[in-house]
Design a protein around this ligand. Structure first.
Ligand code: URA
Length: 241
């Protein structure tokens, strides 16, 4: 049997707003549990058996959502900002307000961004202990020499930290080159700083994989829900059941 949780948490997890916002909703007296109005935000609800309504509408409490977004350029990876955020791209999902991005991609980086409301999984996926691999395609200025490639692979001292070993594969070479790079950490601007350090600024950056997740052919600006199998693999990667 699922354990009982506070009404404000239940509503926040169901996408009715932040804990502060849902407290206001409850205090208005428009929330009913099994047909009885409840004005106390700390009232305990059994998500499995209690029927909760807001303004007469049934609240669907699906605990966890897992979404893959192909982030386009120009969006900030944050739930709130004065500029356009990735939330604009998922706002048609019911209860999207309970969701948040796992890690971040720069404003001009595109590609795979995981979005969820599973705090434990998000915490683990971004924790260095679990060394979750992230794969990027970088378009860089110029050609990587063998020595520069090795430097990236072995680890680079970036001043404030030394990068851990990375996997690097040159896909195309020319005036600019296309390079696939897999890193198992996620420091701020890490990929750009690594290439900059060996003298090849990143012109474009796209993330194509995050742990066991692959971006595949999901069009830019679109999202999809993860399959149960994908969620299972993500959890396994970080020691969760
Ligand atoms: N590394 C970067 O430099 N930028 C990103 O957006 C992601 C990884």
């Amino acid at each position: 049997m699922a354990s009982k949780i506070r009404l404000d948490r239940f509503l926040a997890e169901s996408g009715y707003g932040t804990r502060k916002e849902v407290k206001q909703i409850v205090k208005k007296g428009i929330v009913e549990i099994n047909g009885v109005p409840v004005k106390n935000p700390s009232f305990k609800v059994d998500p499995e058996t209690d029927n909760v309504t807001v303004d007469g509408e049934d609240v669907l409490h699906i605990n966890n959502f897992y979404i893959m977004l192909n982030k386009p350029k120009g969006y900030i990876t944050s739930t709130k900002d004065k500029e356009l955020t990735i939330m604009e791209l998922i706002c048609d999902i019911p209860r999207f307000k309970s969701l948040f991005p796992v890690g971040r991609l720069d404003k001009d980086t595109t590609g795979l961004l995981l979005i969820t409301n599973d705090g434990e999984l998000a915490h683990r996926l971004t924790h260095p202990k679990w060394k979750v691999p992230k794969t990027y395609i970088a378009i860089i200025k110029g050609k990587l020499s063998k020595k520069e490639k090795e430097k990236l692979e072995i680890g680079i001292n970036l001043g404030d930290f030394t990068t851990k070993p990375a996997r690097v594969k040159v896909l195309k070479e020319g005036e600019s080159s296309e390079v696939e790079i897999e890193i198992k950490e996620g420091k701020y601007h890490q990929v750009k700083r690594m290439f900059e350090n060996v003298g090849h600024p990143v012109l474009k950056l796209r993330r194509i994989a995050f742990g066991p997740l692959k971006l595949g052919d999901l069009p830019e600006g679109e999202y999809r829900f993860l399959t149960d199998e994908e969620v299972r693999k993500l959890k396994k990667e970080t020691g969760l059941k």
